[in-house]
Design a protein around this ligand. Structure first.
Ligand code: FPP
Length: 246
């Protein structure tokens, strides 16, 4: 009994050594729906509920940032009905999130080229930006929408070129370049989780994940939950982070 207790304790998350920032590739919605004989869009609806549950959990355990990959620059290649369903879910969840942001003290930010999104999504994003601007330091969720890591880097490079053209002097360095990315001011994620069984980054946070610990799991995103966050944090806490040193 004593041994069992000891083993269990050793497997508990150390709450004093949590990552500040977790990033998640929400993958597996389509397969989750297919397994149940449901349309892929039902998988995205379930995935959106999972997003809400996981974000609440991350906030409750004291994380500072959660970044999720909701729609990539490549996802436009999907059938128009599926793209429309995902955009509809985003509108629904953003609308609801706005109502709760102030009450719950949750900041929302968007990474990606949002300029091509629908007017409705753009006005929801504008509204969340305004609320976020006057909220104090709280938990922040970054939603990546029409986001690609390479696209973000190219957009940052263009901003730098504009500055130089406008007469800015001085050399470009990593700190300045980071400040031109969508993630300006947000610390890099210490932990990047990909559910859904694939073991790749898929153009997510290419710059920011340089030293992130990667955790891959077979669990499909709609089945993902607090216990999977805990398992990933536990795995992260076992890693020896050296950042190129010894
Ligand atoms: C990847 O699963 C998932 C997406 C491309 C969409 C993610 C969108 C949501 C979870 C809904 C809205 C999000 C928020 C933040 C409210 P997949 O379709 O590639 O699954 P598969 O690999 O099984 O086909």
């Amino acid at each position: 009994m004593a041994l069992l207790k000891k083993t269990r304790k050793a497997e508990e998350v150390d709450r004093s050594n949590l990552p500040r920032h977790i990033a998640i590739i929400m993958d597996g919605n389509g397969r989750w729906a297919k397994k149940r004989g449901m349309p892929r869009t039902a998988g995205h609806a379930a995935g959106a509920e999972t997003f809400r549950r996981v974000a609440t959990y991350c906030k409750d355990i004291g994380l500072e940032y959660l970044t999720v990959y909701a729609f990539s620059t490549e996802n436009w290649k999907r059938p128009p009905e599926e793209v429309a369903a995902i955009m509809g879910l985003l509108e629904k969840y953003l609308g609801e999130a706005i109502e709760k942001m102030e009450r719950d003290g949750i900041r929302l930010r968007f990474f990606g080229d949002t300029s091509v999104l629908s007017d409705k999504l753009l006005s929801l994003i504008h509204e969340t930006d305004e609320i976020t601007a006057h909220l104090g330091k709280t938990f922040q969720t970054n939603v990546c929408l029409n986001y690609g890591g390479r696209d973000e880097i190219v957009r940052a490079a263009r901003k730098w070129a504009e500055r130089v053209k406008a007469g800015e002097e001085g050399a470009l360095d990593e700190e300045i370049f980071s400040s031109l990315l969508d993630s300006a001011g947000v610390p890099d994620p210490e932990l990047l989780i990909r559910p859904g069984g694939e073991m790749r980054i898929s153009n997510f946070l290419m710059w920011q994940s340089a030293y992130s610990e990667l955790v891959f799991t077979d669990t499909l995103w709609p089945d993902f939950g607090p216990k999977d966050i805990d398992a990933a944090i536990l795995e992260y806490q076992k890693r020896n982070r050296r950042f190129g040193g010894l």
